[in-house]
Design a protein around this ligand. Sequence first.
Ligand code: DGJ
Length: 329
Amino acid sequence: MIRKFLLYLFCFCICSSLMAQQTRSAGGKWKDNQGKTINAHGAGMLFYKGTYYLFGEIKKGKTHLVPNQNWEDYRVDAGGVSCYSSKDLLNWKYEGIAMAPDKTDTASDIHISKVIERPKVIYNNETKKFVMWMHIDREDYSFARCGVAVSDKPAGPYLYLGSVRPNGQESRDVTVFKDDNGDAYLIYSSEENNTMHICKLANDYLSPTRNYIRILQGQRREAPALFKYDHKYYLITSLCSGWDPNPARYAVADSMMGNWRQIGNPCVGKDSATTFYSQSTYVLPIDGKKGGFLFMADKWNKTDLEKSGYLWLPLHVKGNLVEIYDNKK
Ligand code: DGJ
């Protein structure tokens, strides 16, 4: 009991300390063990054998605007996926490039001219493989596919296996959720970002099954982050406004393939209408039994994506209600 309380307290100290280290603006000043700015955007987290592994998009180099688009399609060359490890969520060791982009083959899904976003890793207890899913696209976002890579070790290197449109459906912003019984699911923006899909993965997690549902139909959602608490499933998303912040929304269901009920904005207080100028990417259970989670988000700097920062905040579930506060406001 006391241990759990201390853990809970620890979580809050971590969140407060992290918040103190995050910049309020979009500039990222959060350093790794080598003193370099952490470069892990659209990130996800894997907890494996007492260590947290952070995976994210490497955004490096000049940002440019893709011509002839009817939205602000800012991009940098796809830098691949980085990995950092930590025992305490405060001190981060750079583990290197978990999945490198292809610098030569322009036809490759992971060529630097393409889009590699929102990598998420889960561990398969049966195959003993670490499986990474990510959004793969062309620079105009018309490819809309889900890529998969695999490794024997948590930090990689990951071998890229290819991409798929699950059941022939578009897939853009994506996350992965592994349930307590080992079943795993892809959750992604589909149908021109109008509707989200949830698709069960095969037992080896390497391909989608035919079992999928359409949720939040016509709601135009991106940036899915899914977690479970007290036998219920919660899905936080952003609305759809390119790199610009907008209000988050969440929905709840009794089962992954069940009926998802929309609730509202989980953010509370000043700047909740912009998710505190950020966009969701992952929710990490810290002390899941007590409803304590870490909400992880990106603070995009659209005209200089390399300078995008991060916002990590405590998230609580009270009853069925999700609340995210920015304690500094
Ligand atoms: C919003 C998405 O959530 C990001 O991951 C990225 O794809 C941008 N749109 C691109 O504008």
